[in-house]
Design a binder for this molecule. Structure first.
Ligand code: A3P
Ligand code: MG
Length: 247
């Protein structure tokens, strides 16, 4: 497994460096910048994975979905640029996701936060921050879930809006936040690598009903997402249940 984790991290690093170079060139802006970053990072990632692991299937946000993946035990699930909006805006909260699902579970992952020169991988040397007295909940900048307010009120927590599923999940891994909540749907590439890293860091990962997250599904979507400190999971899930299930 170490080889796979190191490889995922090296791919995330290479794609992140490329995305930084494209943005720093300064010749593109807005949608054109996002499109160029998506396309070039995707091409680099696909080339690196297919050269090293030619028998593995790949699911990418930026490539046609080949359903032959359903017959493969191993599926690389990649988002070359998660938080495209934030990348285009010159912000730091965007990420590269390199995940590997094995038998439908998020087994290996690397998440790069290139604008912060950080890479997180599903290895054992992840930060294990101590719980703080004050609580933070990270949510989407553009699609904050209504349930976050109920949970923030109950826990006395502060809601922080941030772009990118990877950046939010890594905020919990780093200890900057305690809970990441999402509803309204995502695709498997938005959360496979972040969940692999979060699980390796000992965090709770599930849907908002507490159901396990599944990967390499025919329809590669995730209804809702909860990533939080393990000791908060039952309280948060009970609050969501009491409020009325979002699914
Ligand atoms: N309701 C929804 N349906 C599909 N994808 C969603 C979604 N809400 C968020 N996402 C995706 O999840 C990622 C993180 O979103 P957010 O920053 O709002 O939390 C984004 O990925 P991309 O930037 O790769 O498109 C976004 O497109
Ligand atoms: Mg994404």
């Amino acid at each position: 497994m170490t080889d796979l984790v190191d490889f995922a991290a090296s791919v995330a690093r290479a794609a992140g460096d490329l995305l930084l170079r494209i943005r720093e060139r300064g010749d593109l802006a807005g949608r054109a910048l996002g499109d160029r970053g998506d396309a070039e990072a995707n091409a680099l990632i696909l080339a690196m994975i297919s050269e090293r692991y030619p028998d593995d299937a790949i699911l990418s946000e930026e490539s046609r979905d080949d359903l032959a993946r359903l017959d493969c035990r191993r599926l690389w699930i990649i988002d070359p640029l998660d938080g495209t909006r934030e990348y285009r805006e010159g912000r730091n909260d965007w990420a590269v996701h390199i995940g590997l699902a094995i038998d439908g579970a998020a087994a290996v992952g690397a998440v790069a936060l290139p604008a912060e020169s950080l890479i997180f991988a599903s290895s054992s040397d992840l930060p294990r921050p101590d719980p703080k007295k004050s609580r933070n909940i990270v949510v989407s900048r553009t699609r904050p879930p209504a349930i976050a307010t109920t949970i923030a009120d109950a826990l006395g927590a502060t809601i922080i809006a941030m772009g990118s599923a990877g950046a939010k999940a890594m905020a919990v891994v780093r200890g900057d936040a305690d809970i990441y909540l999402h509803e309204g749907g995502q695709h498997e590439w938005d959360n496979c690598a972040p969940v692999a890293v979060a699980q390796a860091a000992g965090l709770h990962c599930s849907t908002l009903t507490g159901a396990p997250l599944a990967y390499n599904q025919r329809e590669p979507t995730t209804p809702t997402l909860l990533i939080c400190r393990a000791e908060l999971a039952s309280e948060v899930l009970a609050l969501i249940d009491r409020d009325g299930s979002p699914e």
